[in-house]
Design a protein around this ligand. Structure first.
Ligand code: ATP
Ligand code: MG
Length: 418
């Protein structure tokens, strides 16, 4: 018998699921305030989409994808992230031909073959959002403000955003040359992967987690000192608007998003409180991606929040994470006729919108009351032949112990009082 889930996956147990529901509802409600509509795309896509859309020099594509051949001989991949699918969907359905900006959000499970550890799983959940059709700094600032508001609303407002600009295809080649020259001087200190990266994508070395690479990277020429005028002005525009909205940030030249199509603004929200996997949200502008995937050139920007990490941050902060629903009334019964009646009354009350339970196991009264206690029911009612004959019974407030005799038809009124 198989009694364990695959490594890197998690079960959400029934007594925990309300937290997920609370967080996901809060995210959905907030995204509506910022004008985003939810998009739902398939769990799997053609492998090619991610090869091209995530980029074949990335860790995701090189090492982390769950790829398999289906029975029709097609190469299929479980989505490692959301952006490529959202772009594919937008192109397929002509969404970018409509009035812009197009603003979409998603709540998805992602799959990456990574080494499982705290905050790093093989199946994890993301909330993300993308805006298509604006290259204006206002758009970058608004998206960062959105994420910032999410953390604020969820009670972890102290988590800071770090921003950077990595330039555009005009200014980046020159910066890459400078980086190559710098890293070539320190090549003995770089890890084997970074030595490989040096030619193709030296920017990624800034992102390496190897200690020795980090040390070298700290002294590397900074992207923000090597921006063209357009990118420089754009970055200044983003900062001005963040200031105006009262969003505090730090500029961190070390932040890069490794992919070729990322341009200009990149950002991360990092928590110091949840260990090595502290990046709760990553995002950035990717003006080149739509074209890479076959569409007309379309500026775009997006982010994704890792929800398991978000929960760790919330737990650490002691933030409110919702409440499980409380049973309004448990109806215990003695004998078959009372059992039928209890089920009927319970159903009536549910139709009125209450959370009501009655015994469905034919258990003793004692066992039923024990169960009501476990449920944490606000009220209980015990039905026997006398109560059925009278059409009324004693409702007990489980908190105060107070009993109120009530007609069955008036139960809703009593439960409605808080
Ligand atoms: P990391 O540097 O931690 O590997 P990443 O750059 O690969 O992150 P993104 O692709 O930007 O991550 O994904 C956005 C967010 O999704 C991350 O900031 C993180 O919160 C979450 N995330 C990424 N990978 C995992 C994972 N394996 N398990 C749990 N959450 C993850
Ligand atoms: Mg990763």
């Amino acid at each position: 018998m198989i009694t364990t889930a695959p490594r890197g996956t998690q079960d959400v147990l029934p007594e925990e699921s309300y937290k997920w529901q609370y967080i996901e509802q809060a995210l959905t409600a907030l995204s509506q305030k910022f004008g985003f509509h939810e998009v739902r795309t398939p769990v799997f896509e053609h492998t090619q989409l991610f090869d091209r859309g995530v980029g074949d020099t990335t860790d995701i594509v090189q090492k982390e994808m769950y790829t398999f051949e289906d029975k029709g001989g097609r190469s299929i991949t479980l989505r490692p992230e959301g952006t490529a699918s959202v772009v594919r969907c937008s192109l397929e359905h002509g969404l970018l031909g409509r009035s812009l900006p197009l603003k979409m959000s998603y709540l998805i499970d992602c799959f990456r073959y990574e080494k499982p550890q705290a905050g790093r799983y093989r199946q994890f959940r993301q909330f993300g959002a993308e805006v298509f059709g604006s290259q204006h700094p206002a758009c970058d600032a608004e998206l960062i403000a959105f994420v910032s508001q999410i953390f604020e609303t969820l009670g972890v407002g102290d988590i800071g955003v770090e921003i950077n600009s990595i330039g555009c295809p005009k200014c980046r080649p020159m910066y890459h040359d400078k980086l190559r020259a710098y890293f070539n001087q320190h090549i003995d200190q770089l890890c084997p992967t970074c030595r490989e990266r040096l030619e193709k994508n030296p920017l990624r070395i800034l992102d390496c987690k190897n200690d020795s690479c980090k040390e070298v990277a700290a002294g590397a020429p900074k992207g923000i000192d090597n921006l063209c005028e357009e990118c420089h002005d754009h970055f200044e525009g983003v900062k001005t608007r963040l200031d105006a909205m009262g969003i505090s940030y730090t500029v961190n030249p070390q932040i890069v998003r490794g992919l070729d199509y990322y341009t200009k603004t990149v950002f991360e929200f990092v928590s110091q409180n949840i260990g090595a996997q502290g990046t709760v949200c990553g995002g950035g502008r990717y003006d080149g991606l739509v074209q890479t995937l076959g569409g007309a050139p379309t500026p775009a920007i997006g982010f994704a929040i890792g929800l398991q990490r978000l929960m760790l941050v919330m737990e650490h902060a002691g933030a409110f994470m919702g409440r499980d629903t409380v049973c309004d009334l448990y109806i215990a019964s003695i004998g078959e006729a009372a059992s039928v009646k209890s089920q009927q009354i319970a159903m009536d009350l549910r139709r009125q919108g209450f959370f009501c339970e009655s015994d469905v196991q034919g258990r003793s009264l004692k066992a039923q009351m024990k169960y009501a206690d476990k449920l944490g029911a606000r009220y209980t009612l015990v039905l026997g032949d006398d109560e059925i004959a009278a059409g009324r019974g004693k409702v007990k407030n489980m908190e105060t112990g107070e009993e109120t005799e009530t007609d069955f038809s008036a139960l809703g009124g009593l439960l409605g009082k808080r």
